[in-house]
Design a protein around this ligand. Structure first.
Ligand SMILES: [Zn+2]
Length: 183
């Protein structure tokens, strides 16, 4: 995160090389490196979530502008056509410098910085909980794929095809909305 006179830059960094393929609306993006394909959470969406948290943490400062940026390793070949800032790390500084309208005074900048320091102290436990939630979700997904049984309600999981590709969905839908992307 960068607090500057030109706004607050919320930067999601991904140390991935190779081809980076995806669309703004996709839940997952793909990394293709030699013959290997890996999917990972769409970082634009991850970053939107981080910005939402930051915005609510800084609700005392409603007039601040936020700019999300996704930054990949310098060797990444980003095959993504979107208007948003998704860049390799060598273009990160230039991307930030593109924003040249002064919207935050020096005093306000210090105020925001100090305010965030205080919040960080108060919320020290929150980061742990966030990591714990992610671990639990991952464990649920692994169990679901292995057993084909919904980890939330123990109904069968069934393969279905939706707008965004195949997924395993709970047969107890709509009572239970557990699903796993298997694109
Ligand atoms: Zn279920």
């Amino acid at each position: 995160m960068v607090i500057s006179n030109y706004g607050i830059f919320v930067i999601e960094t991904k140390n991935y090389k190779g081809w980076i393929i995806g669309k703004e609306s996709d839940a997952y993006w793909k990394q293709v490196i030699y013959k290997e394909k890996n999917s990972f959470l769409n970082p634009i969406k991850q970053n939107e979530y981080h910005m939402k948290l930051l915005r609510s943490a800084l609700s005392l400062f409603p007039d601040v502008s936020y700019y999300p940026i996704v930054s990949f390793a310098a060797e990444a070949d980003i095959k993504i056509k979107i208007e948003k800032d998704v860049v390799s790390e060598e273009l990160l500084l230039r991307t930030i410098r593109n924003y040249q309208t002064e919207v935050i005074s020096d005093d306000l900048k210090d105020e925001i910085f100090n305010y965030l320091k205080v919040i960080k102290k108060i919320n020290r436990g929150y980061g742990k909980k966030h990591v714990q939630n992610i671990k639990e979700k991952r464990a649920q997904i692994n169990t679901g794929i292995k057993t084909k049984i919904c980890p939330r309600c123990e109904s069968l999981l069934k393969e279905r095809t939706g707008k965004y590709g195949s997924f395993l969905g709970c047969s107890n839908y709509p009572m239970c909305r557990f699903s796993i992307d298997i694109n």
